[in-house]
Design a protein around this ligand. Sequence first.
Ligand SMILES: Nc1ncnc2c1ncn2[C@@H]1O[C@H](COP(=O)(O)OP(=O)(O)OP(=O)(O)O)[C@@H](O)[C@H]1O
Length: 274
Amino acid sequence: MSGVLSIDNLTVTVASTPESGHRRVLLDGVSLRVGAGERVGLIGESGSGKSLLSLASIGLLPEPLDATGSVSLGGRELLGASERAWNAVRGRDVALVFQEPTSALDPLMRLGRQVAGPLRRRRGLRGAPLRAEVRRVLREVQLDDADRIARSFPHEVSGGQRQRVAIAMALACDPQLLIADEPTTALDVTVQKEILRLIADVAQQRGMSLLFVSHDIGAVASMASRVVVLQHGRVVESGPTQQLIRQPAHPYTQRLVAGARALDERLTIGAQHD
Ligand SMILES: Nc1ncnc2c1ncn2[C@@H]1O[C@H](COP(=O)(O)OP(=O)(O)OP(=O)(O)O)[C@@H](O)[C@H]1O
């Protein structure tokens, strides 16, 4: 089965220095599959290569990096494909939500126009049907005050509302797969929970596949039915979420789980003393 996203033996390297000829390995033979409607979590500490894997999955690896192996979406091989080939699949086969919503938004453009952009370009909507669809996608991400949000500039709404708009833009062309790369790191804890809930609900309602990328094993456990663990650019373990949390096999996963349990215990004890 090829899956919605199939990554096989992906290796990404970068020249250590222009003169030496030596190359640093950033991703080392990584394989990962996301099936139709499946929710997969990708976990690893900072620098383990999570963002590179997200970027490779949407054709946005920066220039100086060299990639070998295979990245295929809906059965089409895309590693090393032209910008034109990637443009044909971005938004529809795969869409990405980043950590920092401001990076996805133009600070000088009203939010409604930004959401309208992909709907106009990709779905050819114009006039009243376009405006109605902008309102519908803003409501789908639970922005009830859709008309006010559409008229606002990014700095006129809250961080959580900005991330909801970025999610609305990612959803606008009805992607098969949403990659959410640390989508809540920049937000307050209560808003984080709401955004996670929103992403999970939307994925469920649409039957959309999800690759949820995080350094937080608790967040991954709440979002994904299967988890892939990355360390130093390598997959060290993968399996069903519950099994991986109950019986982590690799020492790195054991440390992650033990760390999350210790934190949970401290919080529980803290709460008892309140
Ligand atoms: N353009 C680049 N040129 C050289 N090295 C890079 C480049 N982008 C990333 N790296 C290196 O690749 C490794 C993996 O980076 P990546 O951003 O994927 O990690 P990450 O797991 O997403 O970390 P974080 O959670 O902090 O975002 C790091 O050592 C990083 O320094």
